[in-house]
Design a binder for this molecule. Structure first.
Ligand code: GLC
Length: 746
């Protein structure tokens, strides 16, 4: 629960004014390092340990720690370096004033999970990934940063850049899907969106690349579980988005709850010191995840919290989030000779560096400006941006007999448990408490349907109960309509952290409701709201049209109406594979040939196949339809072979062969036919999202460099081996339109 206002009033905190701002000489990197050195020279060991401590202002995202009682006093004593889950100008200003009463007046950092928007809720990150629109995704992060920074926040615990290939894991909602290349592009633009070009502006916050590393490979899709990975998989699939975040200048990293090959990530020297701070020369700092130091004891990796603290600081974990570990343990471990004070000094330096770069030493209250908070929150452009990325995120999975777009005439029966929901459309990890500002599907469709259409409504059933009591009324409503729009899916609290599901089918009796409505013979459009891939085979087989709307945020209902009525031609493509059956999980488009590939699906004897299901998914990575059609033609390759020092241009003509303007995400895949370690049949190596008018043709080009042909060999060397490659261009990983051979020579 937030700091009691009475306590803040009693301590006269709310009257705290901003101290006169002494102009300091320009804070160049050298000046910052000098000032940190001077400060370190004045700090006691306890004050150093205090800078490594982060506590939560309320128990939003994990079990509370024991030291809640005297937290304000700890802050006054300089025993806390950062707070999370404190938000708003008033509270941040008040608590910062407490920190400035400490001997060295070192300002606090305020962090918060601004995962997909602050006041303006954007689509959940997996939804935004489905837009494949880097500019829109970057703008989403920029708006979130503007609003968070206006509310006193210095630091968001985002972007989550974990590649996720197991939809049982609820946290796939927070990431960018299953593909490394797409994930790396999105990691980069999210960091730049949050941070801008340089830290210190009051419309930007520090980013935090998380969860380092390989959390998405958690065994059985169960949260907080172990991860066992080959070095090749770690380096080839899971690390590149983190490296992209480093290259984009991510100010901080967060490690993760999982073990990696037997070692908790928080205690992994390999991850944090060898790779991140060593090989990648990372200058920022690493924060633990909530309690992940303490949890080494539960893992059986440390006998007690003191040993866990020792292992964490030695491994390169700089800040202790809600562990009650570092503050008590480190000042003892140093004189005991178990921890070198240099490790603590390095951690403190990394944290103080960010406080200087943010400008907090010059003006500790610069982010806590009540006037700016009001002004920024009222900016209408923010909802424009939210609506734009929401409609670009929606994926048209099926559209038979052109049931979509809706004509806007006649009677529309809007049915389903999520048709009027606001809270669910916000998804998980929302900062705001008040979801009344969310535009529901009903609101959006009613506003758009206009005078020529009549909107009928029935709920039909709850999202996750077995009652069919509402079916009859829903069927009657459907019979009176010309078309049915059925809004089903997950509720918001079924995806996100600690939301693993052993069965990702549509909950409750929603598919049964669909079948009851289908029996009326009316055209039926299914709209699915969810934070992850779901299994809904009866709907997939029998609906006339299916639109996957994810959790689309504040403007979700309007964005939905934009797509349903054709005001926006859907352009989303799946960033994750949708399985047919649970038994296919984990599943991704990156399949191997195997020694016994399925050549003829009718003859699978002694082949790598299931007896009771095809190997193919329900919907493939990269799948997404449009209200128009596109032709791929005239593939040209500048030369059929290349040396490692050369590049090759691949180009082709893309034509909009339909009657509507539309956007197409052209995907370039590659297959290394023979290599020293077997290679997937397809790897996404590039993509472009283009908008074409009806009838318009455009030449699309890609450059193939050695790097696109390279992979990690058995000795973990990044190599491009001479030989034959296949280039595949398509509209989806299972919809390849053009192919070409390319040879890499010595
Ligand atoms: C949670 C999450 C992490 C989040 C942190 C702070 O446990 O794992 O993603 O940023 O705690 O809320």
């Amino acid at each position: 629960m937030p700091f009691p206002k009475t306590l803040l009033l009693l301590t006269g905190l709310l009257a705290a004014g901003s101290p006169a701002l002494a102009q300091q000489k320009a804070l160049t990197p050298a000046v910052i390092e000098q000032r940190i050195t001077e400060l370190l020279g004045q700090m006691t060991l306890a004050e150093k340990a205090g800078q490594l401590i982060q506590y939560s202002g309320r128990e939003l995202t994990g079990p509370a720690s024991a030291r809640k009682t005297d937290l304000l006093n700890s802050i006054r004593q300089g025993q806390v370096g950062s707070m999370l889950n404190v938000k708003g100008v008033q509270d941040t200003r008040a608590i910062q004033a407490e920190a400035l009463k400490a001997r060295l007046r070192i300002p606090l950092l305020f962090g918060l999970d601004v995962i997909h928007g602050y006041q303006t809720v954007f689509p959940v990150p997996l939804a935004e990934a489905a837009s494949w629109d880097m500019a829109a995704i970057r703008e989403s992060a920029h708006v979130a940063a503007r609003e968070a920074a206006a509310a006193g926040i210095h630091w968001t615990f985002a972007p989550m850049v974990d590649v996720g290939r197991d939809p049982r894991w609820g946290r796939v909602m927070e990431g960018a899907g299953e593909d490394t290349y797409l994930g790396a592009q999105i990691a980069r633009v999210r960091v730049l969106g949050f941070q801008g070009e340089k830290l210190g502006g009051t419309d930007a916050v520090m980013a935090c690349a998380k969860h380092f590393a390989a959390y998405g490979a958690t065994i059985a899709g169960r949260d907080y579980n172990a991860v066992d990975l080959s070095p090749q998989q770690l380096w080839e699939v899971y690390l590149p988005p983190f490296k992209a975040a480093v290259d984009a200048g991510a100010a901080t990293f967060m490690n993760s709850f999982n073990t990696l090959n037997g070692v908790p990530a928080t205690a992994s020297r390999y991850l944090q010191r060898d790779i991140l701070k060593g090989q990648w020369q990372y200058p920022g700092f690493v924060v633990s995840d909530w309690g992940s130091i303490r949890e080494m004891v539960s893992w059986g990796y440390a006998h007690n919290i003191s040993e866990a603290a020792q292992k964490a600081i030695a491994a390169g974990n700089d800040m202790d989030m809600e562990n009650d570990a570092y503050f008590d343990a480190l000042p003892k471990l140093v004189p005991e000779g178990k921890v070198d004070v240099k490790l603590i000094d390095d951690a403190v330096r990394r944290i103080l560096r960010k406080k200087f770069e943010l400008g907090l030493f010059d003006d500790p209250y610069k982010f806590s400006d009540a006037r700016r908070e009001k002004k920024v929150f009222r900016d209408p452009q923010h909802r424009v941006a939210a609506r734009d990325v929401a409609r670009k995120s929606m994926v048209l999975l099926k559209n038979e007999r052109s049931v979509l777009p809706l004509t806007g005439q006649g009677k529309i029966a809007l049915i389903g448990p999520l048709a009027k929901s606001k809270r669910d459309l916000a998804g998980g990890w929302t900062v705001i408490a008040d979801t009344a500002q969310i535009v529901s599907a009903f609101d959006g469709i009613r506003q758009r349907a206009g005078k020529n259409a009549q909107l009928l409504y029935a709920k039909g059933c709850e999202a996750a109960s077995d009652s069919r009591a509402g079916f009859a009324q829903a069927v009657e409503t459907a019979k009176a309509a010309d078309v049915i729009v059925l809004c089903v899916g997950e509720t918001w609290d079924l995806s996100g952290e600690a939301k693993s599901r052993a069965d990702i089918s549509l909950p409750g009796v929603q598919q049964e409701l669909f079948q009851a409505l289908k029996a009326t013979g009316k055209p039926i459009v299914a709209v699915l709201f969810a934070g992850r891939p779901l299994i809904f085979n009866r709907i997939a087989d029998q609906a006339d049209a299916i639109l996957y709307a994810w959790f689309p945020g504040s403007e979700g209902g309007r964005a939905l109406a934009d797509v349903l009525f054709g005001d926006y031609n859907p352009s989303g493509k799946l960033p994750s594979t949708f399985p047919r059956l649970m038994g296919q999980i984990p599943i991704s488009y990156q399949q191997y040939s195997t020694g016994r590939p399925v050549v003829d699906p009718k003859n699978i004897r002694y082949r790598s196949a299931y007896l009771d299901a095809p190997n193919t998914p329900r919907y493939a990575f990269g799948h997404g339809l449009s209200y128009t059609t596109f032709r791929y033609s005239d593939l040209k390759i500048s030369q059929p072979r290349m040396t490692p020092a050369e590049t090759v241009q691949v180009s082709f003509t893309l034509t909009n062969t339909g009657s509507r303007a539309g956007e197409e995400v052209v995907q370039l895949y590659l297959h290394d036919k023979v290599a020293s370690v077997v290679r997937p049949l397809k790897e996404l190596k590039d993509f472009q999202k283009l908008s074409l008018r009806p009838g318009e043709s455009r030449t699309v080009s890609f450059t193939i460099s050695r790097d696109k042909l390279a992979f990690y060999n058995h000795d973990l060397q990044w190599v491009a081996e001479p030989g034959a490659f296949r280039l595949l261009l398509g509209s989806a990983s299972d919809d390849i339109r053009l192919e070409a051979d390319l040879e890499l020579t010595e």
